[in-house]
Design a binder for this molecule. Structure first.
Ligand code: ARG
Length: 562
């Protein structure tokens, strides 16, 4: 029900159309001021009357409507209070009849959004730092799909660079296939580190590495086979984690995919007079040197990360004709994306405006920042396993007889980690604290999951009797606050998409869970009179549905029992 529109239609003001009134109507912060309010200050000048008088006139002209309990003029505002019983039953009915469709829409129909996220580097550890990126990207994919967009989730694999030459040299010297098959990237990392140690003593190794990288570039069979093997080892591990995080991709076109797609872009830059020679390197400069030039070809002829990103952007536009192309990447790469987008603009691509760097912060464990350079790499797999082990302990304490304890621990442990990543605005740095994210009473995943399980168990234990429905049962303050939170859910999905901010959905479902628990502790369901109980059970059902949909959008499983 679009109450803003409805209210705008019943407000009668001379020479003012309801289309002008509707956008002025807002939801007051304090619910004591009613459900909606209309400030009258904007009309004062044209009407040559004070806002106080205008508000009073509006109120005196408003007729009786059964959806409206009252309209009051207060200090230049009209405060509208809706008929709680009617609103509550309408919202509940809508949610129950729409089911999983509640909160979805078709605003994006016919439009494609490319979302570049997670984008892991081959032969490098999938560490804790990737968690934020992977789950924000995954959530955005699902949010855009729920809004009717066609989504192309892209893993722009870091699968190109001289390090692969080093890895081949290292593997040929010290590699043990059995060990690497068993230990995966950890095995690769060991020989990679050893390469650097040995190369300090024996710089000739670096030349050898360069030669091997050249062989990859030239398509040498052995070099490509080894390179393919490293990729396979990495992806096997990474795929396991994606599965646990409920994340999927539509394309794994990584950096190497663009090897043969860069030259046409460089040619176009050349033709448009944008490419400048500087000490043998090819760069694009920006007006007034407002930012450092973008280096595209090194003096030795090698292309760069930026060159591949330019080719990738052009390829994506040609292949998917995107409405928007998002890059979910940490804020450290702000400059890189500014440069790429600006180069595209200089090339005269109007769609450069549709490219968005969805920047996010960093994650660290409590004991300090994570950095590959200092060697303090925390593998994401270990973090998830620890979270699951702790969840298992808590569940064993709370509910020792639970069936499927193992699966529930996985859902709660991983869900807690994912939820914590999606709770704050994405640009914030996050310190990961196991006890905090697993606190069943905090603003956490387990709290929302637990509330969901509570709804499920109430619905299981308590059946409706007859079909009398007493709306009074869901018109009390606590129930009404819950109704309002449920009613806001669809809007939170839209705003999350518009702002590339899944945390808006996360916070909305926390609000819903909190409102539900207040209602649950204040009002009896089981022993209420049948008609009241029926109404309350319907509200529980609606809550269950929205929590389930919301958690699903975030990529979090919702166990029915905990
Ligand atoms: N692999 C890169 C990194 O770990 C991220 C790639 C992001 N995507 C892109 N199109 N540049 O830093």
């Amino acid at each position: 029900m679009d109450y803003k529109k409805l209210l705008a239609d019943i407000v009668i003001l001379q020479d003012v159309e309801s289309e002008e009134i509707e956008p002025l109507i807002t939801v007051p912060k304090d619910s004591a001021m009613g459900d909606y309010c209309l400030p009258c200050f904007k009309f004062a000048k044209a009407m040559k009357k004070s806002p106080v008088v205008i508000a009073q006139e509006i109120v005196s002209r408003i007729g009786a409507y059964n959806f409206l309990e009252k309209a009051e003029a207060v200090a230049g505002y009209v405060n509208f209070t809706l008929n709680k019983k009617m609103v509550a039953s309408k919202v509940v009915e809508k949610i129950l009849s729409e089911g999983e469709e509640y909160g979805k829409s078709e605003v994006g129909a016919g439009k494609t959004v490319c979302i570049d996220f997670s984008s892991v580097n081959i032969a490098k550890p999938f560490h804790m730092g990737h968690l934020l990126n992977t789950v924000i990207g995954g959530a955005l994919c699902r949010i855009y799909r729920a809004l009717g967009y066609k989504v192309v989730g892209i893993n722009h694999l870091g699968d190109w660079g001289t390090q692969f030459g080093k890895l081949i040299v290292a593997y040929k010297m010290w590699g043990d296939k059995k060990d690497i098959d068993a230990r995966g990237v950890r095995g690769l990392l060991d020989i990679y580190v050893r390469f650097h140690e040995e190369a300090e003593k024996n710089p000739a190794l670096e030349d050898e590495a360069r030669a091997w990288f050249k062989k990859i570039e030239d398509g040498n069979k052995e070099a490509l086979e080894l390179f393919g093997y490293f990729k396979e080892v990495t992806m096997k591990e990474v795929e396991k984690i994606y599965k646990r995080l409920n994340v999927t991709f539509d394309s794994y076109a990584g950096e190497s995919f663009y090897n043969d797609k860069m030259q046409p872009v460089l040619d176009e830059l050349e033709q448009k007079g944008l490419l400048e020679l500087s000490d043998g390197a090819k760069i694009v400069r920006f007006e007034g040197d407002k930012m450092p030039p973008c280096l595209l070809v090194r003096s030795d002829g090698a292309t760069l990360y930026a060159t591949r990103d330019l080719a990738a952007a052009v390829y994506r536009k040609n292949t998917y004709d995107f409405y928007k192309c998002l890059y979910v990447v940490a804020y450290q790469q702000n400059l890189h994306f500014k440069q790429i987008f600006e180069v595209l603009r200089l090339m005269g691509k109007p769609w450069a405006e549709d490219m968005v760097h969805v920047a996010h912060g960093m994650v660290s464990l409590e004991d300090g920042a994570l950095s590959t350079r200092t060697g303090r790499v925390v593998f994401l797999e270990d973090v998830l396993n620890t979270a699951v082990a702790k969840a298992r302990e808590i569940i064993t304490q709370k509910n020792p007889d639970l069936e499927d304890k193992e699966q529930t621990a996985e859902q709660v442990g991983v869900g807690a980690a994912v939820f914590a990543m999606l709770f704050n605005g994405r640009i914030k740095d996050v310190v990961f604290d196991y006890d905090k994210v697993l606190n069943f009473d905090g603003e956490t995943g387990p709290y929302v999951q637990y509330t969901y399980a509570r709804c499920c168990s109430l619905l299981e234990k308590c059946a409706c009797e007859g079909d009398d429905f007493d709306e009074e049962g869901i018109a009390n303050d606590e129930a009404y606050a819950l109704v309002k939170a449920l009613e806001k859910y669809p809007e939170s999905v839209v705003t999350a998409g518009e702002k590339y901010e899944p945390s808006i959905v996360t916070r909305q479902i926390v609000d819903i869970a909190q409102a539900f628990n207040k209602f649950y502790f204040e009002h009896n369901i089981k022993s209420a009179a049948p008609a009241v109980r029926n109404a309350r059970l319907a509200l529980v059902g609606a809550t269950r549905q929205v929590l389930e949909s919301g958690l699903a959008l975030l990529g979090i499983s919702a166990p029915k029992k905990m």
